[in-house]
Design a protein around this ligand. Sequence first.
Ligand code: GDP
Ligand code: IMO
Ligand code: MG
Length: 422
Amino acid sequence: MFTIITGAQFGDEGKGKIVDILSKDYDLVVRFQGGNNAGHTVIVGDDTYKLHLIPSGVLADARILIGPGVVLDPGVLLQEIEMLKNAGIRITPEKFGIDAKTSIIMPYHIELDKLREQERTRKIGTTARGIGFAYIDKISRDEVRLVDLAYEDAFLAAMDELAVRKERAIEELGGDSGVVRASIPGYTEYGALLRPYLTDVSYELNRALDSGRSVLAEGAQGAHLDLIHGTQKFVTSSSTIAGGACAYLGVGPMRVDCVVGIVKAYITRVGEGPLPTEQHGEVGDRLRDAGGEFGTTTGRPRRCGWFDAPLTRKAVHLNAYSEIAITKLDVLTGIDPIRICTGYELDNQCIEYPPELSSDLARCVPVYEAMAGWDRDISDAKGFSDLPKAAQDYVRRIEEILGVSAKIISIGPDREQIFYAK
Ligand code: GDP
Ligand code: IMO
Ligand code: MG
């Protein structure tokens, strides 16, 4: 069984929570792209885990893996391992593996990310974690891989070749190039600490699938932050969609059994870029407060808006979801009416699918339909029939619009606040 989970909007849909819950049924859980721009929250009782790199299946018995399509900040990973250790969760090489070919985020990538963003007239709103510049180096074949970092001689040889070029790049953007060489000793230590985790992820996954074991692939970000198909240029630097999982992990598409889309009951976005249904007034504030919509990684307030059917329809195309999980339905409690954007008006035409270009998306005026809200607290519902009729109608309407059934409904941040709809 090979299942892929991706975000259907602009990230922060609640992927971490759903991956944690589903992981108990899988033998391996693997992150396939992105880096510590991601922040995936898992809440179990009084304990909250904010995971940036470690797969959200860490609390289950599954083996957890980081695939070679991830860009890895080793300092952040080691801090995360430490955080888990302090919480009583031991991360050993039996439990956790990282692909040898994983690209390392170096301090110069972070510096370049910040400098480039400062220089841009139209900002992207990056998380300033060096993500884009680490991917640039992978594409240009100037990356430092985990296997290079893990062996001092290979690492020093790579840095010999790269340091001058990176210093020049930083200086060109007016930055302090001292960071390039200053970081080398610390990174050598990181390499030694991470060496025991080296593995071949594609091989592990294919062998596991061959022997009938199950694999859950965890995406980061969301469909509209996809490097190619998202709202360019306000996107991240990796493929965030289901097909990306196959390419990044080295598992053929014919092996995929299930693709789960995580769909927030409304929409949020952090950073710049078009968000047609964004609400600036009372509704936006209410969604942000009730949903705790502040970035898990950067703490930035998330922009909030009504459910956007055109964007989510496109996410269904990009991912071919076999099912969806609707999250944060509880956040809509008390809002009446609730609006759903069913289409846009653009140049005096009504359209049901987003225009290809972000510049056109930014000009789209949402067309809304109003649905009755509900007042009753739904955060302890144990099944679909426990939901007020208006909440049931809302879920059914989303399913109808997307043509995909919602198998999971999440009605609060805690692990227990979830039910299977059918
Ligand atoms: P991810 O990046 O997709 O994993 O999502 P984040 O963890 O960044 O953001 C989702 C936030 O919503 C986290 O704070 C979760 O604890 C929280 N959350 C997840 N599901 C629900 C839900 O159904 N209801 C509420 N109220 N909060 C939720
Ligand atoms: P998870 O996995 C929400 C956004 C940033 C910025 C853009 C590019 O938690 O859903 P980058 O640093 O990647 O170059 O920034 O992408 N972004 C996210 N927004 N959730 C995320 O991850 C994100 N990762 C990146 O805010 O707009
Ligand atoms: Mg997040």
